[in-house]
Design a protein around this ligand. Sequence first.
Ligand SMILES: [Fe+2]
Length: 255
Amino acid sequence: MASFEKLLDGIYRLKVPFESLYTSVFLIETKEEAILFDFATTVFDAENIIIPALRELGKSPNFLVASHTHGDHIGGLERLHKEFPKASVLMYDEAYAKEHKEIEILTLQNGQYIIPGIKAINIPGHSNSCCVLLDERTNTILTGDAVQLFGIDRFGLGISDINKYISSIDILRKLGAENLVASHEFAPLGALSYGKKATEDYLDCALDCLKKAQVFVLDRIKKGYNKEEILREYNNQGLPTISLRHINMLSLSEN
Ligand SMILES: [Fe+2]
């Protein structure tokens, strides 16, 4: 049975299989409260992995907080809400909240404290409604998918808005966090950075990866390659793969 592993004081991670990878469910606990941050992909995940792992720890979350509403983060929400009906459900995605009236969903304000010491920050770029949690006790940011590096597997460069993404990385840099915890093993640095320097490097790497991808695409466009050729060459590097959508996005970006 999958169990929560302790990452830092008050921060636990449960790895839940997702395609050939894993997606993370986090438990953030204080003396009085427990926040569940993300809910994996399916009802099966909630029922057979998350709920048993919470039982094993003897925890009932008071808050269910979504990092964003992509399938591998939100899929188990309904089942978890049934299991923990008194827990408040919080997210930034107003559209999702309007479409899912069966659950009472509260929309987060940017900078809102969920409980003392645990702050929610809206960090767009991957999706517009990404929520990063800052745990002020250990000065740790839980970034979900907001910081992509080169992405994961077939989900390379999971960026929907390059300009917002760049501004968001700057916001995260200015927090001066000690540690960073992401939801997946993003290439090339993975899911965790411990220590201020490693965390600065992780965030620098996010911009560096984007810059490398931009240069890769723009250079080849200058040389007269067509987009299919660029895509093929990019996807032959052994990095997480991208699609024509990314090539179009990068070809329109400023170098
Ligand atoms: Fe994800």
